[in-house]
Design a binder for this molecule. Structure first.
Ligand code: PLP
Length: 417
């Protein structure tokens, strides 16, 4: 990938950009929230729409010259509507976090009650962690997964909702490897007359492809990131029914944002078009098959997985029993040295610090995009095991690094290269 125009002005940044492309090409991107967008999406994001102010919505802007911005945003909305079947879609949130903020801002008053999953059990900062403003502005109580099984405890959640009487229940997670039963969470919300926000940030692509059940039509609000499994332009999305449409639109703009990032919205439009193609369904199915193969390989290598396996695109490894002397942080560092990029992650019942937790989280969206199949992912599981079993052995790290490079060469990042 050339960055000639950047190089002519700023060789230092051009070097960093090229090094980043090489890094993505020659190492395994297994951070579960990441993916590789197509060159079409990259092009759209790098387009002249970055120059355009388009505050407002298609047909009702506060600036002139918006005819093409309107077209692009409407394509993004129409395609998202086709993908997800929501009555109302807003594609302007700058990120999934902003999408969640729009829902809180539209529906809650400061001090209102949010019931959401604990961060160390797989929740997200934007669901009310004390370090996030959501945790400071609202009264947040958190639920947990069943510590024995690693699965959501739907009955416990319903009981906790009865006791806490929340204004909104948040579902959808960052590190939960199992299918989510939206109806059961909806029942818990209905029983206490609370709203239900289903945040599908990680699984937006799986839901779009029909590989994971959709909360659209069940939950009052569905939010997501648009650059994770769905690999479109970077940002967020909010979906809701006609009833809440105006409230959500005003909460996104002017409530929480100024000018929309029109170049990213172009990337969303293009990525959503790609997601409407039949190949995207194959991609989503392969992503899940790959995560299962990776999980099985890790289990065969003696690791334990939270919940014992996976139904989606990620596995969460609890290192405490199999590798009591290796933290998630140590494993992450050793793996990165060997060309396998993933993250240390907290696990349910975390006993270490969030900065150096007891687990690692690994996802297959990026590998699947570049063509990895189940056999490749089983090999990757073996490589992860070799590294985590020997995190201090430089010769093991080097050997694995070489194997990673040949896997990458067999599955190039861009097909035309
Ligand atoms: C990734 C994620 C988000 C949003 O992330 P952004 O980086 O703001 O797009 C929101 N919720 C969950 C559950 C996530 O995993």
């Amino acid at each position: 990938m050339e960055h000639d125009h950047v190089r002519a002005v700023d060789p230092a940044v051009a070097d960093a950009l090229e090094n980043e492309v090489d890094r993505q090409r020659s190492t395994l991107q297994m951070i579960a929230s990441e993916n590789h967008v197509s060159k079409a999406v990259l092009d759209a994001q790098g387009s002249a729409l970055t120059n355009k102010y388009a505050e407002g919505y298609p047909g009702e802007r506060y600036y002139g010259g918006c005819e093409y911005a309107d077209e692009v945003e409407q394509y993004a909305i129409d395609r998202a509507t086709e993908l997800f079947g929501a009555e109302h879609v807003n594609v302007q949130p700058h990120s999934g976090t902003q999408a969640n903020q729009a829902v809180y801002f539209a529906m809650l008053e400061p001090g209102d009650k949010i019931l959401s999953l604990d961060l160390t059990h797989g929740g997200h900062l934007s669901h009310g962690h004390p370090a996030n403003f959501v945790g400071q502005l609202y009264d947040v109580e958190q639920y947990e997964v069943n510590p024995e099984t690693g699965y959501l405890d739907y009955e416990g959640l319903a009981e906790q909702a009865e006791a806490f009487d929340p204004d909104i229940i948040v579902s959808g997670y960052s590190a939960y490897p199992r299918d989510i039963e939206w109806e059961r969470i909806q029942e818990a919300a209905d029983a206490v007359d609370a709203y239900h926000l289903a945040d599908i940030a990680h699984i937006t692509g799986l839901v779009a492809a029909g590989v994971h059940d959709s909360p659209v039509g069940i939950a009052d609000f569905v939010t997501g990131s648009t650059h994770k499994t769905i690999r479109s332009g970077r940002g967020g999305i909010v979906m809701t029914s006609e009833e809440y449409a105006d409230g959500i639109d005003s909460a996104v703009f002017p409530g929480g944002q100024g000018g929309p990032l029109m170049h990213n919205i172009a990337g969303k439009a293009v990525g959503f078009k790609e997601a409407l193609e039949p190949e995207f369904e194959d991609y989503a199915e392969q992503t899940v098959a790959n995560a299962k193969a990776l999980g099985e390989s890790l289990v065969d290598n003696g690791f334990s997985l939270v919940s014992g396996g996976t139904d989606n695109h990620l596995v969460l490894v609890d290192l405490r029993e199999s590798h009591p002397d290796t933290s998630g942080g140590t494993a992450e560092e050793a793996l990165e040295a060997a060309g396998i990029v993933l993250n240390g992650n907290t696990v349910p019942g975390e006993t270490r610090s969030p900065f150096d937790p007891s687990g690692i989280r690994a996802g297959t969206p990026g590998l699947t995009t570049r063509g990895f199949d189940e056999d490749d992912c089983r090999t990757v599981g073996d490589l992860i095991a070799r590294v985590v079993d020997n995190p201090d052995d430089q010769s093991v790290l080097e050997e694995v690094r070489e194997e990673v490079e040949s896997l990458c060469a067999e599955n190039p990042l861009y097909e035309d290269e």
